[in-house]
Design a protein around this ligand. Sequence first.
Ligand code: GRF
Length: 203
Amino acid sequence: PRIVILISGSGSNMVAIADAVKSGDIDAEVVAVISNRPDAAGLQKARDRDIETAVLNHKEYDSREAFDVSLMRMIDDYEPDLVVLAGFMRILTPDFTRRYHGRMLNIHPSLLPKYQGLHTHQRALDAGDSEHGVTVHFVTEELDGGPTAIQAVVPVYDGDDAATLQKRVQIQEHVIYPIAVKWFVEGRLNMHGNEARLDGTPL
Ligand code: GRF
């Protein structure tokens, strides 16, 4: 299976997946890493791993629709079986999410359906939650709203701030995202209607 990974920033989740592919743990090929930001640090990390990179700068587009059309063309050139959003900080148009329906995953740093959107760690702290975490989910038209594939839970400690909590969550991100990708490329994880299933069982 062919995987395209979209990033906007440091690319640590991309690295976790790429390294799981390289070690043979995930039987697939990362055919491209695409960033909407030319300065994304993850681009160099991809090149260091001999992964093809491409940049599509959203600032060069007048509209979200025009950008997404170009991005779809760029992605489709690589003929991926799976599109992985790994810190890709863009709201996607319905045409885009429909095109990759059932074959696009995202990672979101909260226990969805809690805290869709930004500043999830601070929001968990402000709410006084004793647990926080991270979710890998299929992407649908609803922002951070598609069916969950896997979650990891972390404790919230007294004295945590958004930075300490984020660090604890990110360690788990790098564990669960490669697992979800592995399940998908092995054909074990898929979408039926608006439901995620693992080995045929609803998650
Ligand atoms: C992660 O915290 C992810 O949950 C969020 O964006 C961040 C991406 O980090 N959506 P990285 O670029 O993978 O290091």
